[in-house]
Design a protein. Sequence first.
Length: 94
Amino acid sequence: MIETLNDLQLLRIDGAATVEDAEQVLNTLVAHPGWRVDLRGCSHLHAAVLQTLMCLRPSLWLPSPPSPVAVLAQAAGLAALADASTPIALDDVP
């Protein structure tokens, strides 16, 4: 499931990100280039979504290893984009 949180400038991906989600991820991040992507609830990342993230290189919130999504992001060179510090409290993220 893809959810956009405009007030937090955040694109959240929960559960399985499918090939159909790649277009929404692309369109959202092109329209809002400063937005972060929250993958902490993501259980599966389709290659099309991964490639979109690799091309656009947004700031990411990754799940803790050994999550398959965190391992995949690290292998794809996206772990360096993981945002360890954030100006908004996690309690603010619904």
